[in-house]
Design a protein around this ligand. Structure first.
Ligand code: ADP
Ligand code: ZN
Length: 721
């Protein structure tokens, strides 16, 4: 064989054939550099049968320029990339890119130079240099990373290096990681835990590609159970991939793994330094990294020999990627297990309806934990009907909840108030002229953030200093905040209980693993009485003295009214309730609602999970929506309104008319302007047995749009905005 098909790292160009220079071995999966016009570009040697390309005569082929010195991507990973590209209608190159570190990191494991302050001051101090000095005490990183940390230009750091203020440190990127020990400290499992753990360990030992749904109430010990699957993989010298939804939450989790296995796992997330990333990647592809904990991007890495994949909090919607390749990591994880020949464990106290249906159909094997560990009871859930028992005007905490909080303070116990809204208020308006503060780039209100003194758009990140006067009518002292966010609830708490120690927990306050660790330590040390948080506090935490949870607005999630509104509300409230009473002291939960009769609220109060899932499943079946029918969204956008609208209309007009394949729209998207782009949506609703992706491809592939138009297809969409 003297020709190879190469998947180029450029989504706009299809695969191309190249000739193999004499003496070069290029098995499928090899990562290569090839000529493209006058340039060189990276790519992967692909299985010719899996990718169509225009056939070119052998004599016209250009030779592969070089092969990178890394092991070829394995066949199971290549099949996963093919499957993902096919299922999510994404360019194979865009999927393949997720398997490799950025180009500059390819190549043999040499050392990378990092710099750190060496204590001597530079000859000449400037404000910028001073800024770097103040920010970089104790830091060690590459020039680029230091510049980002200190928020100065790379030039400032380089000049400091030249003036001798920084010293260079060579960091080898191939240092091995310590080996985790499967038997470091093993828990005594109770009967139901032990039964589930034994089954998982058996599946790992036999390399069964079975998907498991580990379904257990909050605090039942799901983590301890799947740790036994990890231990089994370790005993067989195999790797574990543990996917987590929210990377800021991993610090307590990493510590927990360290306690169980004697060493911290290898973490993979966007916050890694270049040296860490490279070291991790090398260890992943050689098999040296045994336990890898990562966000969804860790799913496509080239593991040498996977023994098990675990998706923790598998119901979390953050497993769904909403830009670029729009995939659902939970579903792709199941496919990866199938290709790799290893079990996949989806762990959750509130499984996605899709996962439950798969388990009921016998396609996933269900493992169930029915009790909290150690005799802890699930909390009692009570309603506060806001129509009968409203808080005073301009406040949001109703009297019965205030009373319950007072009791906790007196007993030295902790309270968690949950409101899934960052900032102080979701809308600011002028009392004088009615002006509302809107984002210039999006059809969305600017959210008042008092802690940082800004109005900010939560969609595009646009922010401006909080105004003192109305820009429309010029009046001052006339701006009013409408509705509550967590910061406002925190102010209310401060007014009612001035002596209570408060913590606001949102992505604005907990933006790094270190911050998360600080927060956990403070709560554990009982230095905090009342936590006010968004969905960031709904999962993972285990605080023994937290005995009261107040849900400020249980109706908030039902407002959007999309397909999963009920399910999401149920999951969020069940999860946040699960933070209460996890140890010896019993927990209590109050839901503030205006709709005490809504089925989801009723199911929560009755503690009747099964009834909720049954009713929700039936409703989905009746409407023939996922997982019974299939959906795909097509989002057409442009900076020019008419261009977007024309393209959307044309797309709609050329939609195929087929049995079991309906197309709705186009209609302006609910977020009709996002980051300066006008957006239109079409929704495809297909029967399960229809080849939806193939039809969409045949429909959209021949269409040509003006340069400024972007067309994104979202298969199995979670977002309908
Ligand atoms: P889940 O993941 O289901 O929410 P966890 O695994 O976090 O539950 O368990 C809840 C708490 O109970 C944790 O502090 C955990 O260490 C403890 N726990 C659970 N099972 C055991 C066990 N068999 N032995 C000792 N501690 C356990
Ligand atoms: Zn915006």
């Amino acid at each position: 064989m003297n020709r190879v098909r190469v998947l180029l790292f450029n989504s706009a160009i299809g695969p191309l054939d190249y000739s193999v220079p004499a003496g070069m071995e290029l098995p499928a999966g090899s990562v290569v550099q090839v000529p493209l016009g006058p340039r060189r570009i990276d790519g992967i040697v692909w299985d010719a049968c899996a990718l169509d390309a225009t056939e070119v005569e052998a004599s016209r082929l250009r030779p592969v320029a070089a092969r990178h010195d890394i092991p070829p991507l394995s066949a199971p990973l290549r099949r996963l990339i093919d499957w993902t590209a096919d299922y999510y209608l994404a360019p194979p190159a865009a999927v393949a890119r997720m398997a490799l570190p950025s180009g500059s990191l390819l190549g043999p494991g040499r050392a990378i130079t990092e710099y750190r302050l060496n204590g001597s001051a530079p000859v000449r101090m400037t404000p910028q240099r001073q800024k770097a000095y103040d920010a970089l005490e104790g830091a060690q990183a590459t020039v680029r990373e230091l510049a980002a940390l200190a928020e100065v230009s790379e030039g400032v750091i380089r000049s400091l290096v030249q003036s001798g203020a920084f010293e260079a440190v060579e960091v080898p990127v191939d240092r091995p990681y310590p080996r985790p020990d499967p038997d470091h400290i093993t828990p005594m499992l109770n009967d139901e835990q032990s039964e589930a753990a034994t089954r998982l360990a058996q599946a790992v030992a036999a390399a069964e590609p079975t998907p498991f749904l580990l379904d257990g109430v909050t605090g039942s010990g799901k983590t301890e159970v799947y740790f036994e699957a990890v231990a089994q993989a370790l005993r067989q010298d195999k790797q574990t991939l543990l996917l987590l939804p929210e990377i800021a939450l991993t610090q307590p989790f990493l510590t927990r793994i360290e306690k169980r296995f004697g060493t911290t796992p290898v973490a993979w997330h966007s916050g890694l330094k270049q040296t860490e990333r490279r070291r991790a990647w090398n260890a992943i592809i050689t098999g040296d990294a045994r336990i890898i904990v990562g966000a969804r991007s860790a799913l496509f890495l080239p593991y040498a020999n996977l023994g098990v994949i675990i998706v923790d909090e598998a119901h979390e919607t953050s497993f769904k990627q909403e830009d670029g390749v729009r995939y659902n990591a939970r579903d792709v994880a199941v496919m990866r297990g199938r290709f790799e020949g290893c079990p996949v464990v989806l762990s959750s106290a509130t499984p996605a309806l899709e996962s439950r249906v798969m388990a009921e159909a016998g396609r996933y094997e269900a493992l169930t934990l029915t009790h909290r560990y150690g005799g802890a009871q699930l909390p009692r859930i009570a309603l506060i009907d806001l129509t009968e028992n409203p808080p005073p005007r301009g406040q949001w905490i109703a009297p019965p909840l205030i009373e319950a909080m007072r009791e906790r303070l007196e007993r030295g116990e902790q309270t968690l108030l949950f409101l899934n809204r960052r900032g102080y208020a979701p809308l600011t308006l002028c009392r004088n002229c009615g002006h509302r503060f809107k984002c210039p780039n999006c059809s969305a209100w600017m959210v008042d953030h008092r802690l940082s003194g800004r109005l900010a758009c939560h969609h595009c990140g646009h922010a401006e200093p909080s105004p003192s006067a109305c820009p429309e009518c010029g009046e001052s002292d006339c701006l009013v905040a409408c509705g509550p966010g967590v910061e406002r609830i925190a102010d209310e708490v401060a007014a009612i209980f001035p002596q209570a120690r408060r913590a606001i927990v949102t992505s604005d306050t907990i933006w790094s693993p270190e911050k998360a660790a600080e927060f956990v330590a403070a709560v554990e040390a009982r230095a905090i009485d009342i936590i006010i948080g968004t969905q960031l506090v709904t999962k993972g935490y285990h605080f023994p003295d937290l005995t009261l949870v107040g849900v400020i607005d249980a109706d908030i999630g039902l407002e959007g009214g999309d397909l999963r509104a009920g399910e999401r509300t149920f999951q969020q409230i069940a999860q946040v309730s699960g933070r209460a009473g996890r140890a010896a002291k019993p927990g209590e939960v109050f839901l503030q609602t205006r709709h005490p009769d809504a089925p989801v609220i009723d199911a929560l109060v009755q503690g009747d999970r099964e009834a909720f899932y049954a009713a929700e499943t039936q409703a989905r079946r009746d409407a023939n929506v996922p997982p019974f029918g299939r959906l795909a969204a097509i989002i057409i956008s442009s900076e020019d309104h008419d261009e977007a609208s024309d393209a959307a209309r044309q797309t709609g007009a050329s939609a195929p008319e087929l049995d079991g394949f309906a197309v709705y729209g186009p209609a302006p998207a609910p977020l009709s302007l996002l980051r300066g782009r006008h957006r239109f949506r079409l929704l495809v609703h297909a029967r399960r047995n229809v080849e939806m992706q193939r039809i969409i491809r045949q429909w959209l592939d021949p269409m040509r749009w003006p340069h400024g138009v972007r067309v994104a297809v979202d298969v199995d969409p979670y977002s309908f905005v």
